[in-house]
Design a protein around this ligand. Sequence first.
Ligand code: G3I
Length: 380
Amino acid sequence: MIRKSGLSAVAAAGVLSTCLFAIAPLSAQAAPTAGTVVAPQATKAPDLATATLRQLAAHTGMKFGTAVANEPLVDPDDPTYAQLAASQFDLVTAENVMKWDTTEPSQGQFNFAPADTFMAFAAANKQTVRGHTLLWHNQLPAWLTEGTWTKAQLLEIMRQHIVAEVGRYKGKIWAWDVLNEAFNEDGTYRDTIWLRVIGPDYIAKAFTWAHEADPKAILFYNDYNIEGVNPKSDAVYAMAKTLRAKGVPIQAVGVQGHLSTEYDAPDSMPANLARFAKLGMYSAVTEADVRSVLPMTPAKRQSQANGYSVMLASCLLEKKCISFTVWGFTDKVQWVPGVFEGEGYAALWDDTYQTKPATEAVRRLLALAPNGKPRGPKAP
Ligand code: G3I
Protein backbone atom coordinates (compact mmCIF):
# COMPACT_ATOMS: atom_id res chain seq x y z
CA MET A 1 0.00 0.00 0.00
CA ILE A 2 1.31 3.37 -0.93
CA ARG A 3 1.40 5.94 1.82
CA LYS A 4 1.50 9.47 0.87
CA SER A 5 4.07 12.02 0.40
CA GLY A 6 2.30 14.89 -1.13
CA LEU A 7 2.46 18.49 -1.76
CA SER A 8 0.63 21.43 -0.59
CA ALA A 9 4.01 23.14 -0.78
CA VAL A 10 3.64 25.21 -3.90
CA ALA A 11 6.76 27.10 -2.89
CA ALA A 12 9.01 24.08 -3.16
CA ALA A 13 8.61 23.71 -6.88
CA GLY A 14 9.18 27.40 -7.30
CA VAL A 15 12.46 27.28 -5.37
CA LEU A 16 13.68 24.25 -7.30
CA SER A 17 12.70 25.72 -10.64
CA THR A 18 14.51 28.93 -9.79
CA CYS A 19 17.72 27.00 -8.95
CA LEU A 20 17.40 24.98 -12.10
CA PHE A 21 16.82 27.87 -14.43
CA ALA A 22 19.59 29.90 -12.81
CA ILE A 23 22.06 27.25 -13.94
CA ALA A 24 21.21 27.40 -17.62
CA PRO A 25 22.70 30.71 -18.70
CA LEU A 26 25.85 30.17 -16.60
CA SER A 27 26.70 26.86 -18.19
CA ALA A 28 25.60 27.86 -21.65
CA GLN A 29 27.58 31.06 -22.14
CA ALA A 30 31.24 31.99 -22.13
CA ALA A 31 32.04 35.61 -21.28
CA PRO A 32 32.69 37.60 -24.48
CA THR A 33 35.98 39.47 -24.73
CA ALA A 34 36.12 43.11 -25.86
CA GLY A 35 35.69 43.58 -29.56
CA THR A 36 34.26 40.16 -30.27
CA VAL A 37 30.91 39.73 -31.88
CA VAL A 38 28.76 37.32 -29.96
CA ALA A 39 26.84 35.22 -32.40
CA PRO A 40 23.36 34.25 -31.33
CA GLN A 41 23.53 30.84 -29.71
CA ALA A 42 22.37 28.05 -31.91
CA THR A 43 19.53 26.57 -29.95
CA LYS A 44 18.49 23.03 -30.52
CA ALA A 45 15.62 23.38 -28.08
CA PRO A 46 12.54 21.75 -29.56
CA ASP A 47 9.36 23.73 -30.03
CA LEU A 48 7.47 23.72 -26.74
CA ALA A 49 4.12 23.82 -28.49
CA THR A 50 4.60 20.71 -30.61
CA ALA A 51 7.42 18.62 -29.17
CA THR A 52 6.79 15.35 -27.36
CA LEU A 53 8.06 14.73 -23.83
CA ARG A 54 10.87 12.53 -25.15
CA GLN A 55 11.94 15.28 -27.54
CA LEU A 56 11.79 17.89 -24.79
CA ALA A 57 13.81 15.69 -22.42
CA ALA A 58 16.50 14.71 -24.95
CA HIS A 59 18.73 17.76 -24.47
CA THR A 60 18.80 17.29 -20.68
CA GLY A 61 20.51 13.88 -20.94
CA MET A 62 17.79 12.39 -18.75
CA LYS A 63 15.44 9.73 -20.08
CA PHE A 64 11.69 10.29 -19.73
CA GLY A 65 9.59 7.17 -19.31
CA THR A 66 6.26 5.61 -18.54
CA ALA A 67 4.86 2.35 -17.27
CA VAL A 68 3.03 0.54 -20.05
CA ALA A 69 0.23 -2.01 -19.72
CA ASN A 70 -0.02 -4.66 -22.43
CA GLU A 71 -3.80 -4.84 -22.91
CA PRO A 72 -4.51 -1.24 -23.97
CA LEU A 73 -1.61 -1.36 -26.44
CA VAL A 74 -3.77 -3.56 -28.65
CA ASP A 75 -7.19 -2.10 -27.87
CA PRO A 76 -8.72 -1.38 -31.31
CA ASP A 77 -11.07 1.17 -29.74
CA ASP A 78 -8.23 3.18 -28.25
CA PRO A 79 -5.37 3.81 -30.69
CA THR A 80 -4.35 6.87 -28.69
CA TYR A 81 -2.88 4.77 -25.87
CA ALA A 82 -0.29 3.09 -28.07
CA GLN A 83 0.36 6.29 -30.02
CA LEU A 84 1.17 8.31 -26.92
CA ALA A 85 3.15 5.47 -25.30
CA ALA A 86 5.29 5.27 -28.41
CA SER A 87 5.69 8.93 -29.23
CA GLN A 88 6.00 10.66 -25.85
CA PHE A 89 8.50 8.44 -24.03
CA ASP A 90 12.01 7.14 -24.68
CA LEU A 91 11.96 4.77 -21.69
CA VAL A 92 9.34 2.19 -20.74
CA THR A 93 8.62 -0.10 -17.80
CA ALA A 94 6.24 -3.05 -17.94
CA GLU A 95 3.47 -2.23 -15.48
CA ASN A 96 2.80 -5.88 -14.65
CA VAL A 97 4.07 -8.46 -17.13
CA MET A 98 7.59 -8.85 -15.74
CA LYS A 99 6.32 -9.61 -12.24
CA TRP A 100 6.67 -13.09 -10.76
CA ASP A 101 3.00 -14.16 -11.04
CA THR A 102 3.19 -13.63 -14.81
CA THR A 103 6.71 -14.84 -15.53
CA GLU A 104 6.76 -17.98 -13.36
CA PRO A 105 3.10 -18.99 -12.80
CA SER A 106 4.10 -22.57 -11.92
CA GLN A 107 7.37 -23.55 -10.33
CA GLY A 108 10.09 -23.76 -12.96
CA GLN A 109 7.61 -23.06 -15.79
CA PHE A 110 8.41 -19.69 -17.23
CA ASN A 111 6.01 -17.60 -19.30
CA PHE A 112 7.79 -14.75 -20.98
CA ALA A 113 5.27 -14.29 -23.79
CA PRO A 114 3.63 -11.11 -22.37
CA ALA A 115 7.04 -9.65 -21.46
CA ASP A 116 8.30 -10.44 -24.96
CA THR A 117 5.31 -8.56 -26.42
CA PHE A 118 6.20 -5.57 -24.28
CA MET A 119 9.88 -5.79 -25.30
CA ALA A 120 8.89 -5.89 -28.97
CA PHE A 121 6.83 -2.71 -28.52
CA ALA A 122 9.83 -0.99 -26.92
CA ALA A 123 12.19 -2.13 -29.67
CA ALA A 124 9.78 -1.03 -32.41
CA ASN A 125 9.69 2.45 -30.90
CA LYS A 126 13.40 2.75 -30.09
CA GLN A 127 12.71 2.84 -26.37
CA THR A 128 15.04 1.89 -23.56
CA VAL A 129 13.63 -0.56 -21.01
CA ARG A 130 13.55 -0.65 -17.20
CA GLY A 131 12.86 -4.15 -15.88
CA HIS A 132 10.32 -4.31 -13.04
CA THR A 133 10.56 -6.21 -10.73
CA LEU A 134 12.48 -9.30 -9.66
CA LEU A 135 11.66 -9.50 -5.94
CA TRP A 136 8.54 -8.08 -4.34
CA HIS A 137 5.94 -9.20 -1.79
CA ASN A 138 3.02 -8.56 -4.19
CA GLN A 139 1.98 -10.35 -7.36
CA LEU A 140 3.67 -13.58 -6.32
CA PRO A 141 2.12 -16.85 -7.55
CA ALA A 142 0.18 -19.02 -5.09
CA TRP A 143 2.59 -21.97 -5.48
CA LEU A 144 5.28 -19.75 -4.01
CA THR A 145 3.39 -18.00 -1.22
CA GLU A 146 1.45 -21.09 -0.15
CA GLY A 147 4.39 -23.49 -0.26
CA THR A 148 6.47 -24.50 2.75
CA TRP A 149 10.13 -23.89 2.06
CA THR A 150 13.43 -24.30 3.82
CA LYS A 151 15.89 -21.44 3.58
CA ALA A 152 17.99 -23.40 1.07
CA GLN A 153 14.95 -24.21 -1.08
CA LEU A 154 13.69 -20.65 -1.21
CA LEU A 155 17.15 -19.32 -2.01
CA GLU A 156 17.36 -21.74 -4.91
CA ILE A 157 13.87 -20.76 -6.13
CA MET A 158 14.91 -17.11 -5.98
CA ARG A 159 18.22 -17.74 -7.75
CA GLN A 160 16.60 -19.70 -10.57
CA HIS A 161 13.94 -17.04 -11.08
CA ILE A 162 16.43 -14.18 -11.19
CA VAL A 163 18.83 -16.02 -13.47
CA ALA A 164 16.03 -17.04 -15.86
CA GLU A 165 14.38 -13.64 -16.12
CA VAL A 166 17.46 -11.42 -16.18
CA GLY A 167 19.22 -13.94 -18.43
CA ARG A 168 16.38 -13.94 -20.95
CA TYR A 169 16.71 -10.20 -21.50
CA LYS A 170 20.48 -9.94 -21.01
CA GLY A 171 21.85 -7.03 -23.01
CA LYS A 172 18.36 -5.65 -23.69
CA ILE A 173 17.41 -4.09 -20.37
CA TRP A 174 19.06 -0.88 -19.19
CA ALA A 175 18.10 -1.15 -15.53
CA TRP A 176 16.41 -3.69 -13.28
CA ASP A 177 14.35 -3.06 -10.17
CA VAL A 178 15.93 -6.00 -8.38
CA LEU A 179 14.20 -5.47 -5.05
CA ASN A 180 10.96 -3.60 -4.53
CA GLU A 181 9.50 -2.18 -1.29
CA ALA A 182 11.47 -4.16 1.30
CA PHE A 183 11.13 -1.59 4.11
CA ASN A 184 8.39 -0.36 6.43
CA GLU A 185 7.80 3.35 7.02
CA ASP A 186 9.81 3.26 10.26
CA GLY A 187 12.84 1.83 8.49
CA THR A 188 12.48 -1.75 9.73
CA TYR A 189 12.47 -4.59 7.22
CA ARG A 190 9.07 -5.45 5.80
CA ASP A 191 7.79 -8.86 6.86
CA THR A 192 7.84 -10.82 3.59
CA ILE A 193 8.27 -14.44 2.63
CA TRP A 194 11.88 -13.59 1.70
CA LEU A 195 12.73 -12.09 5.07
CA ARG A 196 10.86 -14.72 7.07
CA VAL A 197 12.39 -17.77 5.40
CA ILE A 198 15.81 -16.53 4.33
CA GLY A 199 16.57 -13.56 6.58
CA PRO A 200 18.05 -10.21 5.47
CA ASP A 201 20.78 -11.99 3.49
CA TYR A 202 18.31 -12.47 0.67
CA ILE A 203 18.98 -8.89 -0.40
CA ALA A 204 22.71 -9.29 -1.11
CA LYS A 205 22.07 -12.61 -2.85
CA ALA A 206 19.44 -11.09 -5.14
CA PHE A 207 21.70 -8.29 -6.31
CA THR A 208 24.66 -10.63 -6.74
CA TRP A 209 22.70 -13.11 -8.88
CA ALA A 210 21.13 -10.36 -10.98
CA HIS A 211 24.58 -8.91 -11.64
CA GLU A 212 25.95 -12.30 -12.64
CA ALA A 213 23.04 -12.77 -15.05
CA ASP A 214 23.55 -9.38 -16.74
CA PRO A 215 26.68 -7.53 -15.62
CA LYS A 216 25.79 -4.41 -17.63
CA ALA A 217 22.29 -3.80 -16.26
CA ILE A 218 21.99 -1.05 -13.64
CA LEU A 219 20.66 -2.69 -10.49
CA PHE A 220 18.10 -0.72 -8.46
CA TYR A 221 16.50 -0.89 -5.05
CA ASN A 222 13.03 0.67 -5.58
CA ASP A 223 10.52 1.96 -3.02
CA TYR A 224 7.77 4.50 -2.28
CA ASN A 225 7.91 7.27 0.32
CA ILE A 226 11.67 7.50 -0.01
CA GLU A 227 11.66 10.66 -2.13
CA GLY A 228 12.77 12.88 0.76
CA VAL A 229 14.94 12.32 3.80
CA ASN A 230 12.93 10.32 6.36
CA PRO A 231 13.32 7.15 8.48
CA LYS A 232 12.51 4.90 5.52
CA SER A 233 14.98 6.52 3.11
CA ASP A 234 17.53 6.59 5.96
CA ALA A 235 17.17 2.80 6.19
CA VAL A 236 17.55 2.37 2.43
CA TYR A 237 20.62 4.60 2.53
CA ALA A 238 22.15 2.61 5.41
CA MET A 239 21.44 -0.68 3.64
CA ALA A 240 22.98 0.55 0.39
CA LYS A 241 26.04 1.88 2.18
CA THR A 242 26.60 -1.40 4.02
CA LEU A 243 26.06 -3.55 0.95
CA ARG A 244 28.29 -1.42 -1.26
CA ALA A 245 31.06 -1.53 1.37
CA LYS A 246 30.88 -5.31 1.07
CA GLY A 247 31.06 -5.14 -2.73
CA VAL A 248 27.44 -6.10 -3.36
CA PRO A 249 26.36 -4.70 -6.77
CA ILE A 250 23.53 -2.40 -5.69
CA GLN A 251 24.06 0.52 -8.02
CA ALA A 252 21.01 2.73 -7.85
CA VAL A 253 17.99 3.82 -5.86
CA GLY A 254 14.55 4.23 -7.39
CA VAL A 255 12.25 6.70 -5.70
CA GLN A 256 8.82 5.72 -6.92
CA GLY A 257 7.17 9.12 -6.50
CA HIS A 258 3.56 8.20 -5.71
CA LEU A 259 2.40 11.52 -4.31
CA SER A 260 -0.96 12.92 -3.28
CA THR A 261 -2.20 16.50 -3.27
CA GLU A 262 -3.39 15.81 0.29
CA TYR A 263 0.12 15.80 1.71
CA ASP A 264 3.27 17.88 1.73
CA ALA A 265 5.77 17.77 -1.09
CA PRO A 266 9.07 15.92 -0.59
CA ASP A 267 11.05 19.12 -0.21
CA SER A 268 14.17 17.28 0.92
CA MET A 269 14.32 15.25 -2.29
CA PRO A 270 17.40 17.05 -3.70
CA ALA A 271 19.28 16.38 -0.46
CA ASN A 272 18.17 12.76 -0.48
CA LEU A 273 19.25 12.13 -4.07
CA ALA A 274 22.53 13.93 -3.36
CA ARG A 275 23.43 11.63 -0.47
CA PHE A 276 22.94 8.54 -2.65
CA ALA A 277 25.05 10.21 -5.36
CA LYS A 278 27.81 10.71 -2.79
CA LEU A 279 27.75 6.96 -2.21
CA GLY A 280 28.46 6.63 -5.92
CA MET A 281 24.92 5.54 -6.71
CA TYR A 282 22.58 6.51 -9.51
CA SER A 283 19.00 7.40 -8.76
CA ALA A 284 15.78 7.68 -10.75
CA VAL A 285 12.16 8.63 -10.28
CA THR A 286 10.57 5.34 -11.25
CA GLU A 287 6.79 5.54 -10.74
CA ALA A 288 5.70 9.18 -10.57
CA ASP A 289 2.05 10.10 -10.21
CA VAL A 290 0.13 12.62 -8.13
CA ARG A 291 -3.35 11.61 -7.09
CA SER A 292 -6.18 13.62 -5.55
CA VAL A 293 -9.37 13.06 -3.64
CA LEU A 294 -12.06 13.63 -6.26
CA PRO A 295 -13.65 15.85 -7.42
CA MET A 296 -10.85 17.98 -8.75
CA THR A 297 -10.62 21.73 -8.18
CA PRO A 298 -8.33 24.31 -9.81
CA ALA A 299 -6.24 24.37 -6.62
CA LYS A 300 -5.78 20.60 -6.68
CA ARG A 301 -4.77 20.72 -10.34
CA GLN A 302 -2.18 23.33 -9.48
CA SER A 303 -0.99 21.31 -6.51
CA GLN A 304 -0.63 18.30 -8.80
CA ALA A 305 1.48 20.37 -11.20
CA ASN A 306 3.68 21.32 -8.28
CA GLY A 307 4.05 17.71 -7.18
CA TYR A 308 5.30 16.63 -10.59
CA SER A 309 7.51 19.73 -10.77
CA VAL A 310 9.18 19.12 -7.41
CA MET A 311 10.08 15.58 -8.41
CA LEU A 312 11.19 16.42 -11.92
CA ALA A 313 13.24 19.43 -10.85
CA SER A 314 14.91 17.40 -8.08
CA CYS A 315 15.92 14.76 -10.61
CA LEU A 316 17.12 17.32 -13.16
CA LEU A 317 19.24 19.00 -10.49
CA GLU A 318 21.05 15.78 -9.55
CA LYS A 319 23.23 14.60 -12.44
CA LYS A 320 23.24 11.04 -11.13
CA CYS A 321 19.44 10.97 -11.37
CA ILE A 322 19.25 9.23 -14.71
CA SER A 323 15.57 8.96 -15.57
CA PHE A 324 12.07 10.13 -14.73
CA THR A 325 9.25 7.63 -15.26
CA VAL A 326 5.52 8.18 -14.76
CA TRP A 327 3.46 5.23 -13.57
CA GLY A 328 0.97 5.32 -16.38
CA PHE A 329 0.42 8.41 -18.50
CA THR A 330 -3.39 8.50 -18.66
CA ASP A 331 -6.11 8.36 -16.02
CA LYS A 332 -7.82 5.87 -18.31
CA VAL A 333 -5.26 3.20 -17.39
CA GLN A 334 -4.24 3.97 -13.84
CA TRP A 335 -3.92 1.90 -10.67
CA VAL A 336 -4.98 4.60 -8.15
CA PRO A 337 -8.81 4.28 -8.25
CA GLY A 338 -8.53 0.53 -7.62
CA VAL A 339 -6.54 1.06 -4.44
CA PHE A 340 -7.60 4.45 -3.06
CA GLU A 341 -11.38 4.68 -3.16
CA GLY A 342 -12.60 8.08 -4.31
CA GLU A 343 -9.15 9.15 -5.54
CA GLY A 344 -7.70 9.50 -9.01
CA TYR A 345 -6.66 12.06 -11.65
CA ALA A 346 -3.06 11.05 -10.97
CA ALA A 347 -1.57 10.89 -14.46
CA LEU A 348 -0.32 13.57 -16.88
CA TRP A 349 -3.21 13.03 -19.31
CA ASP A 350 -6.82 12.64 -18.17
CA ASP A 351 -9.10 9.75 -19.10
CA THR A 352 -9.98 11.38 -22.44
CA TYR A 353 -6.34 12.17 -23.18
CA GLN A 354 -6.62 15.87 -22.43
CA THR A 355 -3.53 17.50 -20.97
CA LYS A 356 -3.50 19.17 -17.55
CA PRO A 357 -1.62 22.01 -15.84
CA ALA A 358 0.77 19.25 -14.67
CA THR A 359 1.49 18.22 -18.26
CA GLU A 360 2.34 21.79 -19.18
CA ALA A 361 4.48 22.26 -16.06
CA VAL A 362 6.50 19.16 -16.92
CA ARG A 363 6.91 20.27 -20.53
CA ARG A 364 8.11 23.73 -19.49
CA LEU A 365 10.59 22.34 -16.96
CA LEU A 366 12.07 20.00 -19.55
CA ALA A 367 12.30 22.73 -22.16
CA LEU A 368 13.96 25.18 -19.78
CA ALA A 369 16.39 22.73 -18.17
CA PRO A 370 20.05 23.10 -19.11
CA ASN A 371 21.63 20.91 -21.74
CA GLY A 372 23.35 17.89 -20.27
CA LYS A 373 25.34 14.83 -21.25
CA PRO A 374 23.50 11.51 -21.38
CA ARG A 375 23.01 10.35 -17.82
CA GLY A 376 24.08 6.94 -16.61
CA PRO A 377 25.54 4.06 -18.58
CA LYS A 378 24.75 3.87 -22.28
CA ALA A 379 21.48 2.13 -22.97
CA PRO A 380 21.69 -1.21 -24.80
O1 G3I B 1 -4.29 -10.11 -14.50
C1 G3I B 1 -5.46 -10.17 -13.67
C2 G3I B 1 -6.64 -10.59 -14.46
O2 G3I B 1 -6.44 -11.91 -14.92
C3 G3I B 1 -7.89 -10.51 -13.57
O3 G3I B 1 -9.01 -10.80 -14.33
C4 G3I B 1 -8.04 -9.10 -12.99
C5 G3I B 1 -9.22 -9.00 -12.04
O4 G3I B 1 -9.02 -7.96 -11.10
O5 G3I B 1 -6.87 -8.79 -12.28
C6 G3I B 1 -5.71 -8.80 -13.08
O6 G3I B 1 -4.62 -8.53 -12.27
C7 G3I B 1 -4.48 -7.17 -11.86
C8 G3I B 1 -3.12 -6.69 -12.34
O7 G3I B 1 -2.87 -5.40 -11.84
C9 G3I B 1 -3.01 -6.65 -13.85
O8 G3I B 1 -3.95 -5.79 -14.38
C10 G3I B 1 -4.56 -7.12 -10.35
O9 G3I B 1 -5.86 -7.43 -9.93
C11 G3I B 1 -4.16 -5.74 -9.85
O10 G3I B 1 -4.05 -5.78 -8.43
C12 G3I B 1 -2.82 -5.36 -10.42
O11 G3I B 1 -2.51 -4.07 -9.96
C13 G3I B 1 -1.16 -3.66 -10.13
C14 G3I B 1 -0.51 -3.43 -8.78
O12 G3I B 1 0.81 -2.96 -8.97
C15 G3I B 1 -0.45 -4.71 -7.95
O13 G3I B 1 0.04 -4.45 -6.70
C16 G3I B 1 -1.17 -2.35 -10.91
O14 G3I B 1 -1.65 -2.57 -12.23
C17 G3I B 1 0.24 -1.76 -10.98
O15 G3I B 1 0.20 -0.48 -11.50
C18 G3I B 1 0.84 -1.70 -9.58
O16 G3I B 1 2.15 -1.22 -9.69
C19 G3I B 1 2.86 -1.03 -8.47
C20 G3I B 1 4.33 -1.25 -8.79
O17 G3I B 1 4.52 -2.49 -9.41
C21 G3I B 1 5.18 -1.14 -7.53
N1 G3I B 1 4.94 0.11 -6.83
C22 G3I B 1 3.54 0.44 -6.59
C23 G3I B 1 2.74 0.37 -7.88
C24 G3I B 1 1.31 0.82 -7.64
O18 G3I B 1 0.65 -0.03 -6.77
